[in-house]
Design a protein around this ligand. Structure first.
Ligand code: MG
Length: 466
């Protein structure tokens, strides 16, 4: 974990509560970079044209040509809420208390002692807007406008949850615009808000967070896109998201902001019932790569080389520390799990040394990745979102850990554990060392799962031959 440039919580909050200081005002002449973070929902690693997919995505393909495309970028969790908690805090969702998907009946959200990217940038004079699916708590105290954003517009959780409210909020005020949000026009309405925000942000640097509602089900596209893709409604929806990216890039060009703006595009987790994980094994809700490997595109002309493909390992956890470095923001006081990947984005390095990356499903640690190797130690006994087996869906230890070399075996099909006991031991020791820094309930979940093995209860989905 990186602890460099960290400031005390007291000092951070003191800075956060200050109005624009002369120091910040003076820095506006050398304007800080703008940051746009576009986050799709349940988009597959193999959906986009620039990732070899079948769908027509000319604007995202252009982003890849004009910027950098990553092939080993992983989300910190295979489902919606925890993935977003990690993205916005740079810390594992199991560390920040959002290990599972939040529902409209839940009273919880991202705890207020965690610092989001927006809260980190606000003291530097940034204008901030969140448009789209928030999913880190829908009660007023958890909404984006209490987490560093000046304004929020969108459905505060998934579009398959009810009541499907469409909200608009500014600090101290929440307005319900629609009791049942109209799905067909969501993407163009989000886009219009995002473009207007760019167009009205000439006087200050800005942070635009655009977590799209789609292609999470139920799918819907506007009349302009519906029925146009040869790949059905999912194709229509992704093509409309691609159009939205094109509108944002065009707004930057119109206002001569392209070179001053870092644009990032990714998704929260792998594809669900539709969509393609490419050659990867697994889908949303699993810790196989298909559940967590995501497209990741980064564009900033003049700062990020054009047309480069990066095969180095990176994570959603890395966005906050990287944005902090780019924008000159002090890091939040709590230790981060992500690292600054600007050396990858700038083209200076092709890979970075880092501690093992952990893969959790809910509170359960299931895998760890170290370099090209990935160790699996536990798995649920059934597919997520399927009827549970008799006795319920439970997390079980594998009869023996499985080891995959993702550089040679991207679909995790050939277990190397028997041939490389040295690596199994090394990675397991590393993952357990990192786990020892987590809250007690997360450590307990791991030891209780491991205990099942000594009780003779092992297995996994798919069940291994013994
Ligand atoms: Mg999702």
């Amino acid at each position: 974990m990186k602890t460099t440039r960290q400031v005390s919580r007291r000092r951070f909050l003191a800075q956060a509560s200050l109005p624009l200081t002369p120091r910040v005002a003076a820095s506006s002449s050398a304007r800080k970079p703008n940051v746009i973070l576009i986050y799709a929902d349940d988009l597959g690693y193999g959906d986009l044209g620039c990732y070899g997919g079948k769908l027509r995505t000319p604007n995202l393909d252009r982003m890849a040509r004009e910027g950098m495309r990553f092939t080993h970028f992983v989300s910190a969790n295979p489902v919606c809420s925890p993935s977003r908690a990690a993205l916005l805090t740079g810390r594992y969702p199991t560390r920040v208390g959002v290990p599972r998907v939040l529902f409209p009946q839940d009273k919880e959200g991202l705890p207020d002692d965690e610092v989001t990217i927006a809260q980190m940038l606000k003291p530097l004079g940034y204008r901030t807007l969140c448009v789209g699916k928030w999913h880190l708590g829908h009660l007023p105290q958890y909404l984006p406008t209490n987490r560093g954003f000046d304004e929020y517009y969108g459905i505060p959780y998934s579009n398959d949850m009810n009541p499907r409210l469409l909200l608009h909020s500014v600090p101290g005020k929440v307005e319900i615009l629609e009791e049942i949000a109209t799905l067909e026009t969501l993407t163009p309405r989000y886009t219009e808000r995002a473009v207007r925000f760019i167009e009205t942000s000439k006087e200050a640097p800005f942070f635009l967070y655009l977590p799209h509602t789609y292609p999470h089900i139920p799918l819907a596209a506007s009349p302009r896109f519906k029925g146009k893709s040869p790949h059905g409604l999912y194709g229509d929806v992704v093509e409309e998201l691609d159009w939205s990216v094109g509108e944002i890039l065009a707004a930057l060009k119109r206002h001569n902001l392209e070179r001053d703006t870092l644009v990032l595009f990714s998704s929260d987790n792998g594809p669900w019932f539709l969509g393609s994980p490419g050659m990867l094994r697994g889908r949303k809700g699993t810790t196989y790569e298909g559940g967590v490997r995501e497209p990741f595109l980064a564009r900033m002309p003049g700062r990020i080389p054009a047309g480069k493909v990066c095969h180095g390992l990176a994570s959603t956890l890395d966005i906050l520390p990287t944005v902090a470095k780019l924008c000159g923001a002090p890091l939040p006081p709590k230790p981060l799990d992500g690292i600054d990947i600007w050396p990858l984005l700038s083209g200076a390095r092709s890979s970075l040394e880092r501690e093992v990356l952990l893969y959790f499903d809910n509170v359960h640690l299931q895998c760890a990745r170290w370099g090209n190797y990935k160790l699996h130690v536990a798995r649920y006994n059934s597919q997520v979102y399927s009827p549970p087996p008799a006795g319920g869906r439970i997390n079980l230890p594998l009869p023996r850990p499985e080891l995959y070399d993702l550089s040679l075996d991207p679909d995790e099909s050939y277990d190397l554990a028997p041939e490389r006991p040295d690596l199994v031991k090394e990675i397991q020791a590393r993952m357990e060392r990192v786990l020892a820094t987590f809250p007690e309930p997360i450590q307990r979940a791991y030891t209780e799962t491991a205990k099942k093995k000594t009780e003779g209860q092992t297995g996994a989905f798919p069940r291994l031959a013994q």
